[in-house]
Design a binder for this molecule. Structure first.
Ligand code: CAA
Length: 258
């Protein structure tokens, strides 16, 4: 275990794949692993050949949360100095689309990582939840902030107060998951979606993502203004000319990210 790399990464054409790799502890996220995930996300975000990033987990689970063994002896003062959750903010600065492919368990910090993905495909019977309350703590990497935005206050309170685990079929009803697929088709379906997005004009995808986060983060009026500016900006791109010209000429467009 100690010699294992805590994540694996590879590039499949324009798609970058990050695989959580601590299967013996259900991919519990220790600090070194979070650091590696963020470093890899930033590297792939800067790599011109990458258009979409996929995150999945090896073994029985996507991730069963932050590493409880590592956290157990933490103290407010050591946490204040280390500030381990500050670096999670960087996940939200990734400009390229991130797809989470989750299975087994998606809990606590693992659920927070999944919520930081732009799209989520879940294998049947995946269990989601925020069990932190049962450990005498609470989510620390954004769970209490993102969950009510996504599923509304009262359901978020229920999930966070009870720490219960919820089946993918129920979680799907709240719009957090894009699709539920049989376990054996998880990666095939995820890669299909990733390829579809990789074939879209990268600048549009980048500015759409940025604008959607404005809608979540900022007051509506500011978001509308931001969206409008991004829309106008796209008209400086070659891909806009190509996309519209191809439509008028009834042919498939060739997008270059310029
Ligand atoms: N941290 C450390 N180790 C973990 C872990 C975690 N979050 N989750 C599972 N493991 C380890 C177990 O200790 C066990 O290790 P050993 O084989 O050495 O005993 C191994 O993974 C397999 O787990 P189980 O035997 O418990 O497997 P199971 O199938 O019986 O149960 C489970 C699965 C219900 C997910 C259970 O493992 C569990 O409840 N895990 C903890 C979930 C949790 O509380 N997550 C929140 C963490 S706090 C957090 O995430 C804070 C934050 O906001 C960032």
């Amino acid at each position: 275990m100690e010699n294992e790399l805590s994540i694996e990464k590879k590039k499949i054409g324009p798609i970058a794949l990050i695989t959580l790799n601590r299967p013996s502890v259900l991919n519990a996220l220790n600090r070194e692993m979070v650091n590696e995930i963020i470093t890899s996300l930033k590297q792939f975000d800067q790599n011109d050949e990458v258009r979409v990033i996929v995150i999945n987990g090896k073994g029985k689970a996507f991730a069963a949360g932050a590493d409880i063994e590592e956290m157990a002896s933490d103290h407010p003062i050591s946490l204040e100095w280390l500030n381990p959750f500050a670096e999670w903010d960087q996940i939200y600065s990734v400009k390229k689309p991130i797809i989470g492919a989750v299975h087994g368990y998606c809990l606590g910090g693992g659920f927070e990582l999944a919520l930081a993905c732009d799209l989520l495909i879940a294998a049947e019977r995946t269990k989601f939840g925020f069990p932190e309350v049962k450990l005498g703590v609470m989510p620390g990497a954004g769970g209490t902030q993102w969950l009510p935005k996504f599923i509304g206050k009262t359901k978020a309170m229920e999930w966070l107060f009870t720490g219960d685990l919820y089946d993918a079929s129920e979680v799907y009803l709240y719009g957090i998951i894009n699709k539920i697929v049989p376990n054996e088709l998880l990666m095939e379906e995820t890669m299909k979606l990733a390829e579809k997005i990789a074939n879209q004009p990268p600048l549009s995808i980048r500015l759409i993502k940025e604008a959607v986060y404005k809608a979540i983060d900022e007051p509506l009026r500011e978001g509308m203004h931001f969206e409008r500016k991004n829309f106008y900006l796209l008209f400086a791109s070659e891909d806009q000319k190509e996309g519209m010209q191809a439509f008028l000429e009834k042919r498939n467009p060739q997008f270059k990210g310029k």
